[in-house]
Design a protein around this ligand. Sequence first.
Ligand SMILES: *[C@@H]1O[C@H](CO)[C@@H](O)[C@H](O)[C@H]1NC(C)=O
Ligand SMILES: *[C@@H]1O[C@H](CO)[C@@H](O)[C@H](O)[C@H]1NC(C)=O
Ligand SMILES: *[C@@H]1O[C@H](CO)[C@@H](O)[C@H](O)[C@H]1NC(C)=O
Length: 434
Amino acid sequence: MELFTKTLFLCAALALTLAAPAPPQDAAAEDVDHSLPNRCDGIEFDAVTPDEKGITFFFKGPYLWKGFHGPAQLSNESFKELDDLHHIGHVDAAFRMHDPDNTDDHDHIYFFLDDKVFSYYNHSLEDGYPKEIQEDFPGVPSHLDAAVECPKGECGDDSVLFFKGHDVHVYDITTKTVKTKSWPHLPVCTSAFRWLEHYYCFHGHNFTRFNPLSGEVSALYPKDARDYFMRCPNFGHGGDYQVIKCKDVKLDAITADDSGKTYFFAGPIYMRLDTSRDGLHAFPITRTWKELTTSVDAVFSYSDKMYMITGDHVYIYKGGVHYTLIDGYPKSLKEELGIEGHVDAAFVCPNEHTVHIIQGQKLLDVDLTATPRTTTQETNLPLSDIDAGFCGPQGIAVFKGSEYYKYQSAMLLASSRIAPKPHIITSEMMGCED
Ligand SMILES: *[C@@H]1O[C@H](CO)[C@@H](O)[C@H](O)[C@H]1NC(C)=O
Ligand SMILES: *[C@@H]1O[C@H](CO)[C@@H](O)[C@H](O)[C@H]1NC(C)=O
Ligand SMILES: *[C@@H]1O[C@H](CO)[C@@H](O)[C@H](O)[C@H]1NC(C)=O
């Protein structure tokens, strides 16, 4: 929740791809220049890494691809010193450093070429680089195959996993020590990538997800990278989305759960805002809430549950690693919340037990501790046609089209007689295009 309010109220710099379903004729749209390699042909990448903005770079020979769609370009246009040194023409491995206690290297991209390491921030080479790999990473071998960040919580401590053959060198960033493991069951990774808390080893045009502590792999892998990590005609489900303009944004709902996972919903898609370090990405709602096959009207989080309102039904999901629909749901709005009619927006403020429901120009407060649920207050708002509402530690935001209004508390919202000046949704907030 804190992260979202930072995004919402301070506008941290994030990457962008708010997507909406594309018309079928656009689904295969990818600029094809035949002098450049096409990643839809099936490329074995040399390295895959995000940058400090959450944009993912895929490297092959002297080329790179920026993000999950778009054509190849020369790497030296983005990272110009990479081929200065000895014209190697490719990178062996790359990763983004996760070292939040050390601003000198946090979010820097490290590239490994033969026995050298390059550190970039904001696409500029840092002073003193390139260096010998062992100068920066004692105990880590040269001529690596792959590298990936592994933050504390996912690995024991903030670490980097370096791959060479079947060996994995686990480098502890704080103690600068290396433990070497062997994961012979994992294919030899030519690149490795951490994305949305998961770890991927790329080999050939396939990838295999692995556990960063044990190296364990599930039987579902390998999978073809073209179905997941790039937009290719005739491949995968990532193919049918296109970026939309910020001025065309229309949210259905926005909420943050107790663990800080923050979501917005628009039509058939949702996007998580708290993982913006890995870029903002849209997914079909049914990917996470299987039973919700329509768009939502309003969503709010209370205790460890997510209440999702669509038409006159409420679906309640229990949070955790996965969201699971609670037995007996969906139920009617009347039965669950004691209200009837179309709901435009709903939100609960942190540590409160009242859901604030917006229906047209009415704001209803419903006591979530009462059985049956009862409306404790009803007021008129100076706003109408609200799409979504959110309440965080820094107050309330109500969304209407591509704009939103801020209030310090539900009481101020309920007692306001004129609408405050609206703010506009930016690409940094929601991944749309300015
Ligand atoms: C980048 O690399 C290409 C091909 O390797 C070369 O022709 C070009 O001059 C390089 N550009 C820069 C800016 O170094
Ligand atoms: C990043 O680089 C750009 C252009 O090279 C520059 O304008 C900008 O100020 C830099 N930003 C930071 C945070 O260093
Ligand atoms: C990629 O994975 C598929 C299984 O999903 C497998 O049949 C195929 O042989 C693999 N190809 C390569 C080049 O590893």
